[in-house]
Design a protein around this ligand. Structure first.
Ligand SMILES: C[S@@+](CC[C@H](N)C(=O)[O-])C[C@H]1O[C@@H](n2cnc3c(N)ncnc32)[C@H](O)[C@@H]1O
Length: 339
């Protein structure tokens, strides 16, 4: 609102054209621009263009748009990373979070083009369109499976560190991450707490990916992979079970089945940690969580995200005697249920 002239369309235009900026960033990540600058240091535009193999026509518009969007710095004619892009978008660093953005670029950017159809029909708009099994379709291509697992690590890295810091693991000895993908979260917990052992449970396709990730961190002795299907099989037993970005993949009935299975697998006083972009109870503030729920429309037949109050209610109905919600990092929170 402009005090003197009334409403302005600025915010509407900015959001409406937001995909221009979004795709510019996603293409820069796809091209490895930030990784190149991290390795080479500041480069003038022509050298950067040549290294990335770009046509001369739009290269300087592309680089300068990234400057204007706050993703690059330019001093004179030389471009360099910002503090943030140097840390988070250099593929050579362990702090790289581009995995999730690479997956958004390769898959979701296109699929979100059919959001209106998804809203009209309630049906998924990804590779599984037409009623195919979501994970079987996603994992049919080994490159897509590897990219998906990496993207999960990127989205769970910060949450994993926060869970390791905030949950009282000193009172528990074993932890198993249900639907663990590469195993980023049990790895963060094990690195922060020397006494904790356990591992991850997931579909068989994830086994080699988990084993290579965990042994690469020197945790192969303490964390192991358990193969299973969480609808067909009982869940493995541990003092603490974790479910990250699991419940939001499924409809309410399936969510309740998974909570019941976790409850059954826990000992008395055991804990279930559910984490994801938990929506604020008023459903007004956590835009990322609400958009993630729309992403579940794109990706799954019945999945949706939910508030902390919703999750606590389902946990209580399942039998958990204590429940609580704690913010982790960014849009993510954890809901903890104690049996
Ligand atoms: C959205 S990913 C979440 C990965 C990880 N927890 C994270 O947040 O980074 C969902 C995970 O559930 C696993 N999954 C899907 N269906 C499963 C099933 N029926 N049994 C076991 N795992 C399953 C997938 O393979 C995938 O790793």
């Amino acid at each position: 609102m402009d005090e003197q002239h009334g409403p302005t369309p600025d915010a509407i235009m900015q959001l409406g054209s937001g995909f221009w900026g979004s795709k510019t960033l996603l293409s820069a990540i796809e091209l490895g621009l930030f990784t190149e600058l991290a390795a080479a240091g500041p480069l003038d535009g022509e050298a950067l263009r040549e290294r990335l193999g770009l046509h001369p026509r739009s290269a300087s518009d592309f680089f300068d748009a990234l400057v204007a969007l706050g993703m690059l710095r330019r001093d004179g004619t030389r471009y360099s990373n910002t503090t943030e892009t140097e840390v988070f978008l250099d593929r050579a660093k362990p702090s790289y979070i581009g995995g999730i953005l690479e997956m958004m670029n390769a898959r979701l950017y296109g699929f979100w083009g059919s959001l209106t159809e998804g809203l009209r029909t309630g049906a998924p708009q990804n590779e599984s369109k037409g009623g195919k099994d979501v994970f079987a379709t996603l994992y049919a291509d080994p490159a897509r499976l590897a990219q998906f697992a990496k993207s999960m690590s990127a989205i769970s890295f910060g949450a994993g560190q926060a869970i390791a810091a905030k949950f009282p693991f000193k009172d528990y000895n074993t932890v198993i991450d249900i639907g663990c993908a590469e195993g980023m979260v049990p790895a963060q917990i094990a690195m922060a707490h020397d006494h904790v052992r356990g591992g991850g449970f997931d579909l068989p396709q994830l086994e080699p990916i988990f084993n290579s990730f965990v042994s690469g961190l020197g945790l192969g002795e303490r964390l192991s992979f358990m193969t299973g299907d969480f609808f067909a099989d009982p869940l493995p037993r541990a003092d603490v079970l974790v479910m990250g970005h699991i419940l939001h993949d499924w409809n309410l009935e399936e969510k309740r089945v998974l909570l019941r299975k976790a409850y059954d697998a826990l000992p008395e006083s055991g804990a279930l940690i559910v984490y994801e972009a938990i929506i604020d109870d008023e459903r007004r503030e956590n835009a990322f969580g609400l958009l993630m729920s729309l992403n579940m429309l794109i990706e799954t037949p019945g999945g949706f995200d939910y508030t902390g109050a919703d999750c606590q209610e389902w946990m209580r109905e399942t039998g958990f005697r204590e429940t609580s919600v704690e913010h982790l990092v960014g849009p993510d929170s954890m809901v903890v249920g104690i049996k």
